[in-house]
Each structure stands twice: as C-alpha cells, then as structure tokens.
Design a protein around this ligand. Structure first.
Ligand SMILES: Cc1cc2nc3c(=O)[nH]c(=O)nc-3n(C[C@H](O)[C@H](O)[C@H](O)COP(=O)(O)O)c2cc1C
Length: 190
C-alpha cells in the first residue's frame, strides 16, 4: 500500500507524550506532543517539534524548561483532553483533573499518572516557516515506580497507532481535528 508523503506516520508511529511547562507567572500549561525524539549519543538531548502558535512553545521560550510526560493507558483520556485550546490563564492539568507533583530539577510539574518523566532545559531552537524545533538538555529522567518493575516499564507507552489510541471514546472537543494534523485521513473512528 503506497502512502502519501504525509502519511508515513502510519508505519512509523509517534509516541503520545504530554509536555508540561509554566509561564513567567508560574501558570501551568499541558499539551499532548507526538513529535518528540532523542538526539544521538550520549542521548541526553531531546528534540520536540512544535507548531509556532503553541502556549507550550511560548512558555519554553519564556522560562526555558519543560517536562515530557510519557503517557500509557492510565489517565490517557484526561491527557488527551489537554489538547483543547484553553486560554493561557487556564491550568490545564487542573481543568482536566490530572494529578501532578513537583519535578526534581525544573519548575513545570510532573503528571502523576505518567509512566515516566523527562525533565529538560532549553538548549537550542531551529525555526522554520511552519515549525519550531526545540532542543532540550535532559536534566532528570525517571520511571514512575508505580509502573516499573526490575528496571522496566510494566505498561507500554502509548503510540498514536496503538490499539488503545484507536479505542479512545467519543470525540473530545477538537482533539480529533488536532489528530488529523498528525494522522491525516487515518484518524481512528472517522
Ligand atoms: C496526540 C496528539 C499529539 C500532538 N502532537 C503535537 C506535536 O508534536 N507538536 C505540536 O505542535 N502540536 C501537537 N499536538 C497539538 C497540540 O497538543 C494542541 O494544539 C494543543 O492545544 C497545544 O496546546 P498549547 O497551546 O497549550 O501548547 C498534538 C495533539 C495531539 C492530540
């Protein structure tokens, strides 16, 4: 089956993470991000691709810190609800009912139900017309003990094409519209 160039993600699935940030006033922001990848050895850098108008990007530019919360089945639907376009003064974690705790090295909080946390500080940005690539230096990485046994995760991280993702209930606000940007015509449940 030949795919359109923008459909390659159907065979190279993206992870489902939620990035937490804070603005200069300390207000917490949370948003799902799938375009997240490590950068070569020693693998202490992480790259995130953002569309330019995101609060997440604005906050990283403002305060220089972010947390990549690796999501699995626990609290998955709540995590997806953070994709709604809330006004900047809204703490999205509180709004969707996701519990959080302080991070170890950075100001943005960790999501309690994430499988693990990657805390990063801003290192560099590459700016294109339609995207911004944020490169962060990882200052703390931790698996959630609730989902970890003998140094391995006991839950699979969610992927955009994983069965769990396909099963995600009814449309939540404009989440399906947002997903279309990432999955094209293959948005589950269409
Ligand atoms: C599963 C999923 C993955 C997403 N991945 C990205 C991404 O990698 N980059 C991006 O800019 N937006 C991504 N989005 C869209 C943002 O999460 C969405 O626009 C959100 O409202 C941005 O929130 P913010 O303005 O508070 O940062 C994704 C959305 C979903 C549902």
């Amino acid at each position: 089956m030949e795919l359109r160039p923008d459909q390659f993600k159907l065979m190279l699935p993206l992870p489902v993470t939620v990035i937490t940030t804070v603005d200069a006033g300390g207000i917490v922001n949370a948003a799902p991000y799938g375009c997240v990848m490590p950068i070569l050895r020693p693998l202490d850098l992480i790259a995130v691709a953002s569309a330019p108008p995101r609060h997440t990007l604005k906050n990283i530019r403002e305060t220089g810190e972010f947390v990549v919360n690796v999501m699995g089945t626990p609290s998955f639907d709540k995590a997806m609800m953070t994709a709604k376009n809330y006004p900047p003064e809204v703490d999205e974690l509180k709004e969707v009912g996701l519990g959080s705790s302080p991070s170890k090295e950075v100001a943005p909080p960790r999501i309690d139900d994430a499988l693990g946390w990657i805390e990063a500080v801003f290192e560099q940005e590459v700016t294109g017309d339609r995207y911004v690539l944020i490169i962060g230096r990882v200052v703390c990485a931790e698996m959630n003990d609730a989902y970890c046994l003998d140094g391995r995760l006991t839950e699979l991280p969610a992927l955009m094409l994983s069965p769990h993702y396909h099963m995600t209930g009814e449309p939540i606000g404009d989440v399906r519209e947002t997903m279309k940007l990432f999955l094209g015509d293959a948005v589950p449940g269409q």
